[in-house]
Design a protein around this ligand. Structure first.
Ligand code: OAD
Length: 250
């Protein structure tokens, strides 16, 4: 029996869950062609976060920061959600009204929304939004920008609506509340290197926690089961088994 089969069997024996929470990281979008941050080919191998993803970097050189985000925005516009994103959107619809569900993502690529997930909690913001540094008002920026750095109607700079290193994570309270009520938590494609997101799994009390990642992470030992697998190989079978378990009590 392989690792996935063992987890599928374990799902058959758990109590029917009342709440399933999923946390995703850059690894879920890797097979769509979006580079991750750490590991082989990761963005932080070639770029320094302190020069591009901090409030200090933006204050120093807003144009450089925007150029980097424009490059990433263009890259992301050119890719599509993969089967792991689509399976999550399917699962959310499938269990609606029968089980609580929440999708928490560290990704700013918007691929969960594009695949049909309704209200992902985007912990680190969204690369297709900006906000005015003075007024705080948010605006959608779907297309390429004509001028860098872009400005708000009030004349002040717009900044990417991203949570940078050293900044508070406004939605972490919502995510913590979801995690602490989860009976099942699925964690897909995160290195577990960035807190507070990496701390969410430790809030699950007595539930089934499953990690999907081709590599072991510092969090691996904290899970009930850890699958050395890609997101597209493992996500759909796990969610189908969970949906079956939830449906079983109808
Ligand atoms: P990382 O780049 O740190 O980690 C990506 C993880 O995905 C690694 O553990 C890989 O082993 C795994 N991975 C790679 N390919 C995969 C695949 N096909 N299927 C499943 N997993 C795969 O990304 P995050 O943990 O998301 O912050 O990083 C957290 C935060 O650090 C990001 O949100 C970002 C970054 O600085 C902001 O953008 C604000």
């Amino acid at each position: 029996m392989n690792q996935i089969e063992r987890v599928l069997e374990a799902i058959e024996t758990i109590a029917v869950p009342n709440r399933v929470v999923v946390l995703t990281g850059a690894g879920i979008s890797a097979e769509s062609g979006v580079p991750t941050f750490r590991g082989a080919g990761g963005l932080w191998k070639n770029y320094r976060p302190e020069e591009l993803a901090t409030p200090e970097a933006f204050a120093r050189d807003p144009r450089l920061v925007w150029e980097w985000y424009e490059w990433r925005r263009e890259l992301i516009r050119g890719v599509s959600p993969n089967d792991a994103h689509c399976a999550l959107a399917w699962f959310e619809r499938e269990i609606e009204g029968r089980c609580g569900f929440s999708l928490v993502t560290q990704n700013v690529d918007g691929l969960h929304r594009r695949s049909g997930s309704r209200e992902p909690i985007e912990l680190h913001g969204n690369i297709f939004r900006a906000r005015c540094v003075r007024e705080g008002t948010g605006i959608e920026l779907p297309g390429p920008l004509a001028e860098l750095p872009p400005r708000c109607g009030c004349g002040s700079l717009l900044r990417p609506d991203i949570v940078w290193f050293g900044e508070p994570v406004p939605l972490i309270g919502d995510a913590m509340s979801e995690a602490s009520r989860a009976d099942v938590m699925l964690v897909i494609g995160t290195s577990g290197a960035v807190y507070p997101a990496a701390g969410l799994v430790s809030l699950v009390r007595g539930g089934l926690t499953i990690e999907i990642n081709p590599d072991a992470t510092p969090l691996t030992d904290a899970f009930s089961a850890s699958l050395r697998s890609s997101a597209t190989a493992a996500t759909r079978p796990i969610l189908e088994a969970l949906a079956g378990r939830i449906g079983a009590c109808r």
